[in-house]
Design a protein around this ligand. Structure first.
Ligand code: ADP
Ligand code: MG
Length: 587
């Protein structure tokens, strides 16, 4: 066998495969270079989701005229000179791989003028071959355009998604950058239209206003660790539990200004929401970690998307504690720490407080993680006492006729049935009732709409605006009458009657966020009905008079699935007469 060193052009193409996978990776590398060059303004322009062209222009330091060609040599970098420095990197790039990799699989033109120089250079390379290099007069900074990506690697080109698929990946990359660097003004332009632009004010909340809208931004809670506590710290914003999301994509992390992904640290944040969020709901978070450079290894991943912490456990603990503290300080929902299994309310009571009740974490959002719901039929406590708290009983079991005994904590209705006691969560029960009524009306194509005396107006984020365009027809069918009201602002003239005097904007924003997160239209429709039911229902913490409470029980009895709310949480806890007898040691 003849062993050969690969020609440079082939080696570069192989290396490119590691770093440059799709337009979003090009954007990532180019914007990182702009950050490293100290840019305060960065503009990203795409045509056809980056499949046709990607341009990035910045007002950074620029490149000296006689060094521009060198920037396209492999392992040419201005950021690192010896391997000692690898463990203390404070720039985003350092391998000198990105430009040559991109140039080997695309047509690249770069113009750059160093800050204190009056001539700039313009260089053009086609698939790694230099075609042009000439002096130009250009403003200080750098502008680079990448065209025909992967035209010489058809196998890779075939793997690209549609323009909108690539665009949404790029949106996600830029979103994370914007959240990591509120001090830099980033403009995102697609096919000539500005999608969004941050102001570079240095204030994270301003970035959230741009990306998620003013409503969400106002519900973000400050996270901080004492500045003087130690060399490590975390700061940023996390969402109040009322604006949770259906997946983890809204958790954005950076360490010393470098965006990164790390399952364990995301998990630390999720853990901090224990008892605040229902199962399968995830927080919105944008957190900046401050860690001594020597304690972070950024050289563990080809695209540097992941980092390794020397003291991961300490970082985990710090993040969890800081987020938890922010929630406890600000979150509006009162917390009750659930007793652990076996730690009952008194001797011999292991069966009661210790095991079954999945609703103790807080009144509105029982968290199955904190206090797992018992199996459907029977639960066994630590002491081996069987326990017949059933929540819910069996799906589709119909509810017996109940007699109202009263209301507890302005949140639960207490009722008696042929077999024992029922504690009913008034909000969850009302949600179930309204949900089934809404579905029935929708199936009969008979939505009831109600005009607002005073129309409501609210602002949309760019994502929400796109989402609204997609589902405008369905919303109209549900009974919403919406009008455009200036750029990215909406006027609500009418709402589904069931919503009554509740906030239309809150319900609508949640529905639109559902479009952003979910893929299938069916899943969206069902969830939207649930959202409408949720926003229309009586809340926990409201006194209900006996007539209202009886009416609610009657309507709950008439539902098809009385035992769970449309989100799958239990509407009631049932304690059978025999379980009571056993707890009181009557048997
Ligand atoms: P790395 O970022 O790892 O150093 P790159 O291939 O991304 O490698 O870039 C090579 C070099 O080109 C950088 O080290 C930097 O000196 C220069 N460079 C690239 N982009 C810019 C830019 N936007 N502004 C100023 N200098 C740049
Ligand atoms: Mg780089």
């Amino acid at each position: 066998m003849l062993i050969q060193v690969l020609p440079d052009s082939v080696a570069a193409r192989i290396a490119a495969g590691e770093v440059i996978e799709r337009p979003a990776s090009v954007v990532k590398e180019l914007v990182e270079n702009s950050f490293d060059a100290g840019a305060t303004r960065i503009r990203v322009d795409l045509i056809d989701g980056g499949r046709e062209s990607i341009s990035v222009r910045d007002d950074g330091s620029g490149i000296e005229a006689d060094e521009l060609e060198l920037a396209f040599e492999r392992f040419a970098t201005s950021k690192l000179s010896s391997d000692d420095e690898l463990m203390g990197i404070d720039t985003l790039g350092f391998r000198g791989e990105a430009l040559p990799s991109i140039a080997s699989v695309a047509i690249v033109e770069m113009q750059s003028t160093a800050r204190d120089s009056d001539v700039g250079m313009d260089i053009l390379l086609e698939f790694g071959e230099k075609r042009k290099s000439e002096q130009v007069g250009a403003p200080a900074g750098t502008s680079i355009t990448v065209r025909s990506l992967f035209q010489n690697v058809p196998a890779r080109k075939r793997f690209l998604s549609s323009a909108s698929g690539e665009l949404s990946r790029i949106h996600s990359v830029l979103t994370n950058f914007a959240l990591a660097r509120p001090d830099v003004a980033i403009e995102f332009v697609a096919d000539g239209t500005t999608r969004w632009a941050t102001g570079g004010t240095g204030t994270l909340r301003d970035v959230i206003v741009t990306l998620h809208g003013a409503e969400t931004a106002s519900l973000m809670l400050e996270v901080t660790t004492d500045a003087d506590e130690s060399e490590m710290g975390v700061s940023g914003l996390v969402g109040s539990p009322s604006i949770s999301r259906g997946n983890r994509n809204f958790i954005s992390l950076n360490v010393n200004g470098r965006w990164f992904q790390n399952r364990r640290i995301s998990y630390a944040i999720e853990q901090a929401y224990h008892g605040f969020l229902a199962g399968r709901r995830f927080p919105i978070a944008a957190l900046a970690l401050r860690i001594p450079h020597g304690d972070v290894d950024v050289n563990v991943h080809p695209t540097k998307a992941e980092v390794k912490f020397l003291r991961e456990q300490a970082v985990f603990g710090m993040v969890q504690k800081a987020v938890r503290q922010a929630l406890l300080d600000h979150a509006p929902i009162p917390m009750v720490v659930p007793p652990r299994a076996g730690e009952g309310m008194g001797p011999g009571s292991g069966g009661i407080a210790g095991t079954a009740v999945p609703t103790m974490a807080n009144p509105l959002w029982p968290n199955p993680l904190v206090n797992p719901a018992p199996p459907q039929s029977m639960a066994t406590s630590d002491e081996g006492i069987t326990n017949e708290f059933i929540a819910p009983t069996t799906p589709r079991a119909t509810l017996p006729v109940l007699r109202l005994l009263g209301q507890a904590h302005e949140t639960y209705l207490i009722a008696e049935g042929p077999d024992g006691l029922y504690m009913i969560d008034q909000h969850a029960a009302h949600e179930r009732v309204l949900f089934e009524e809404i579905v029935a009306k929708a199936n009969a194509s008979d939505p009831e709409s109600q005009h607002l005396l005073v129309p409501e107006t609210f602002d949309l984020s760019p994502d929400q605006e796109q989402a609204l365009i997609k589902v405008a027809d369905q919303l109209a069918q549900m009974g919403f009458a919406l009008e455009e009201f200036g750029p990215r602002a909406i006027l609500v003239r009418a709402v589904p009657r069931v919503l009554g005097d509740k906030s239309a904007s809150k319900a609508l924003l949640e529905m639109l966020d559902g479009v952003i997160e979910l893929v299938s239209p069916d899943a969206w429709t069902e969830r939207t009905y649930a959202t409408l039911a949720c926003h229309s229902s009586v809340t926990a913490g409201r006194r209900m008079n006996d007539d209202e409470a009886r009416e609610l029980l009657k309507r709950l009895e008439a539902t098809e699935q009385p035992n769970t709310c449309p989100h799958g949480r239990p509407t009631m806890i049932h304690m059978s007469e025999s379980a009571m007898a056993r707890e009181f040691q009557r048997t």
